[in-house]
Design a protein around this ligand. Structure first.
Ligand code: SAH
Length: 236
């Protein structure tokens, strides 16, 4: 399908199989719906999304892409799972969300086509699913304008994340389908920050995301040991 692209076909197949479930608030993607307001407000607080040109890399069904468009940004969502993009498109139509478009293209290909054209790049919960995450980080850096912001979120590689993000979330609490995340593909915050810096992106903020199984709520925290988000900025 995408022979030359930086993509793991098994990963894409996993997401394509679940594509019809993207907007089921109680389905497999429930955690993404639950964290969405948190990450949206965090991003908006740092960049004010109104009237920004935004690209969302690995947008899936468009949960974040649509929300950013509703904040007034012009959003392009890209992914390599065509099925998910069709679901995203249909949802945007049904919800009458303006200013959002979707395209089946890899981050690297888009970066070659539209370098330095976006004020904001988001790449959320995606790096842990690609064979060469560094290459995606480089592409994100290439896509953003000088002075623009790139946001990443992913899962730390630590004993605690193995316990909570894999065993806990997939096997005990059943928050995520089993096999969603593979330990060795996880990336530490320091590794991601180093990789971002090597691409010309300076770390501006790091946040953790915690899940409280008692009230079943997520919150942004200072603890990046399991789920975390990084805000980076390209030099002006
Ligand atoms: N960013 C979205 C979806 C996260 S799920 C959100 O946070 O709401 C991970 C997404 O990454 C899936 O939609 C999957 O299809 C996509 N993905 C996996 N490998 C990819 C690749 N190589 N290029 C682009 N997207 C990819």
């Amino acid at each position: 399908m995408h022979p030359a692209a930086n993509v793991d076909p098994a990963e894409l197949a996993k997401f394509s199989q679940l594509a019809h479930r993207w907007w089921d608030l109680d389905g497999e993607f429930r955690p993404l719906h639950q964290i969405n307001p948190l990450r949206l407000e965090w991003i908006d607080g740092l960049v004010r999304l109104q009237d920004r040109q935004v690209v969302d890399i690995g947008c899936g069904g468009g949960i974040l892409a649509e929300a950013m468009a509703r904040k007034g940004a012009q959003v392009l969502g890209v992914d390599l799972a065509g099925k998910s993009l069709r679901v995203a498109q249909l949802h945007a139509l049904e919800a009458q969300t303006p200013r959002v478009a979707y395209r089946e293209i890899g981050a690297e290909d888009l970066a070659a086509e539209r370098p330095g054209q976006f004020d904001v790049v988001t790449c959320m919960e995606m790096l842990e699913h690609v064979p060469d995450p560094q290459s995606v980080v480089r592409a994100c850096a290439a896509l953003v304008k000088p002075g623009g912001w790139v946001f990443f979120s992913t899962i730390n590689r630590s004993p605690k994340s193995f316990l909570f993000a894999i065993l806990g979330a997939e096997y005990v609490l059943n928050l995520l389908p089993r096999g969603t995340h593979e330990y060795k593909k996880l990336i530490r915050p320091a590794e991601l920050a180093t990789c971002a810096r090597a691409s010309g992106l300076e770390l501006r903020q790091a946040r953790g995301m915690g899940y409280n199984p008692l009230n079943r709520r997520y919150a942004l925290t200072q603890d990046t040991s399991v789920n975390y988000l990084l805000a980076t900025q390209k030099a002006p």
